[in-house]
Write a protein that binds this ligand. Structure first.
Ligand code: SIN
Length: 280
């Protein structure tokens, strides 16, 4: 097995990992790699869904999530699918975000298992929010230190999950009106990782609506400046997928973004999500 860093600030690719490695051996190794690199990709694994779920549980208990409908035969797995004929629209995860940050206990991490990918395009990009926080200019740091931010899934749900009978071209099935997605949840704008003590910026353009104590209008310019900084290419890692790759990321210390540049090609990845301790 070989591990190689992908950029200066985050991401590593692992080749030669044997999916049959027993969890008690694979666990410490993969957890350590994820902790160091925040996103790891196991190249050419071709894991079936049972193996993917077993690997997810090496990091934490599997989570079932509101408002994105899972696979009919497996409530632990979401099929992230865009068909070749779904053109001219958006794509699931096509804005910078942290998965389900509006939950009281947002996922600690997620796995994406590439089943079918375009010949070119459909990359996923992550950005390191520990580095983003550490390099925040003083005025922005003062705006977030000790402050909480409000997160909700409602605006995204309204935009991306119109009533089912009016929808076209949407392989991802989203439900509306789930109270766990629509209510407002407060999280510290800067999270402290329980194991490493690292501090990470924890706001994102999909689900964060404002900073506590400020209106949406007052928050908007501050959040816009935070997002510009947090998503700088310097802090990011772009993954070019091959079918069979399995990526694992820390959902509390990174943001990610699904690139939508492959209209006319089919892209299918299976996603699982694992839980951790509530954010602090
Ligand atoms: C996601 O946001 O989980 C999807 C990312 C991707 O499809 O690349």
């Amino acid at each position: 097995m070989r591990i190689a860093r992908l950029t200066g600030f985050m991401g590593a690719e692992i080749t030669g990992f044997d999916a049959r490695t027993p969890p008690d051996l694979a666990g410490p190794l993969l957890r350590d790699a994820l902790d160091r690199h925040l996103m790891i990709v196991l190249r050419g694994l071709h894991a079936d869904r049972a193996t993917q779920k077993r690997l997810s549980q090496v990091f934490g208990p599997l989570m079932r999530l509101p408002y994105v409908r899972p696979m009919d035969d497996d409530p632990d797995v979401i099929a992230v699918l865009k068909e070749a004929d779904e053109t001219g629209g958006g794509v699931f995860g096509g804005e910078w975000h942290s998965d389900f940050s509006f939950l009281e206990n947002p996922p600690a991490g997620s796995l994406l298992n590439a089943v079918e990918v375009p010949d070119v395009g459909g990359d996923t990009v992550w950005a390191n929010q520990v580095t983003a926080y550490a390099s925040l200019p003083g005025d922005l740091r003062a705006a977030v230190d000790g402050r909480r931010a409000v997160h909700t899934g409602a605006p995204y749900g309204q935009r991306h999950a119109p009533p089912e009978d009016t929808r076209a071209n949407a392989s991802i099935r989203m439900t509306r009106g789930d109270p766990r997605a629509d209510r407002e949840t407060l999280h510290p704008a800067v999270l402290t990782d329980p194991a490493s003590g690292q501090k990470a910026l924890f706001v994102n353009p999909i689900y964060t609506t404002r900073l506590e104590g400020l209106t949406e209008a007052e928050s908007a310019p501050i959040l816009a400046a935070l997002y510009r900084h947090a998503t700088r290419p310097d802090f990011s890692c772009r993954l070019r997928w091959c079918a069979g790759d399995l990526a694992i990321w820390d959902n509390r210390r990174t943001l990610h973004y699904a690139t939508n540049d492959y209209d006319g090609a089919r892209r299918l990845l299976y996603r699982t999500t694992f839980a951790g301790t509530p954010p602090a």
